[in-house]
Design a protein. Structure first.
Ligand code: FES
Length: 289
């Protein structure tokens, strides 16, 4: 029995509904929706944006709790305004972290999707508790407010662990081409006459899958594995000088490997390519400029 079958049905159904809702919302926005998704994924950043955003609420909430505890231990209320301000800034930052996290999560499957949903539910609980704490502080009910925000920090800490679990154990959002070097020297990969015009062709050199495309007198060679989650770019769609991943629609430029649409954020490694002796040859661009 697979892990998916073991998972509670309600969690799977909730994940389905939420992902469908997010997908519909982004699609309904047309090109603007796509740009918003790219922004939240971190395409412009060249790195997933969510991990950077999460530092804001976690950092401020830790500061707030530290001030609260020092204030309580010393029976000194001078740190209370600082604790309240840090709590409020963390709440603001949490909305950014939630938006980026949900966007990344909308393109996940299986165990990482379930773990991500639990991560999101815990974070939502912590955010709600912190919002209540902030209101209680305004009403002068400080003891209950501090209890709530301190508990929320514990929930946030466990949830952060789950976020790390997703990246380091399940491989969510890691660069699938981090170790892809390609051949150092010119390596023949296929006969020239086997590479037609405007066709996605997969080949392999030095243990690396490479995508070849011949277009208007040029041959482009980029890594065939999508940097987002490992999708096979050779099974995707060719649009002018770009290739679109068949799994979640990331678009890469064939000329320089740049990500034009996410959810991928890491560019595709590009290889040098030439024709020699009736063969298409490639080599890594890393050591040869
Ligand atoms: S694997 Fe997700 S866009 Fe390619």
């Amino acid at each position: 029995m697979s892990q998916g079958q073991n998972a509670p049905d309600t969690l799977e159904k909730a994940a389905d509904l939420l992902q469908q809702g997010l997908g519909t919302a982004f699609k309904a926005g047309g090109s603007s929706g796509r740009q918003v998704k790219n922004l939240l994924n971190g395409v412009w950043f060249g790195h997933p944006l969510h991990p950077a955003m999460t530092d804001i609420p976690v950092g401020f909430w830790m500061l707030s709790t530290t001030f609260d505890l020092l204030s309580g231990a010393n029976k000194d209320s001078r740190l209370a305004p600082g604790a309240d301000a840090a709590l409020g800034l963390g709440i603001l930052g949490a909305f950014g972290a939630a938006a980026t996290g949900l966007t990344d999560w909308s393109d996940t499957y299986g165990k990482e999707r379930r773990t991500g949903l639990i991560h999101a539910l815990l974070n939502t609980s912590a955010l709600t508790a912190n919002c209540l704490s902030w209101i209680l502080r305004r009403q002068g009910r400080r003891k209950l407010a501090v209890l709530l925000s301190t508990t929320a920090l514990g929930v946030t800490t466990y949830s952060s662990y789950l976020g790390g679990e997703m990246v380091f154990n399940l491989g969510t959002l890691i660069n699938r081409n981090a170790w892809a070097t390609g051949p150092e020297d010119w390596t023949p990969v296929m006969p020239s006459n086997a590479l037609p015009e405007n066709t996605l062709c997969k080949t392999r050199a030095n243990g690396t899958n490479i995508l070849l495309v011949r277009q208007a007198g040029n041959i482009f060679a980029i890594n065939e594995t999508c940097s987002h989650a490992g999708g096979p770019l050779s099974e995707g769609h060719l649009e002018k000088d770009t290739v679109i991943c068949p799994w979640h629609g990331s678009r890469f430029c064939l000329v320089d490997g740049k990500v034009l649409d996410g959810p991928a954020t890491f560019k595709a490694p590009v290889y040098q390519v030439r024709e020699s002796g009736g063969q298409v040859e490639v080599r890594s661009a890393i050591n040869h400029g």
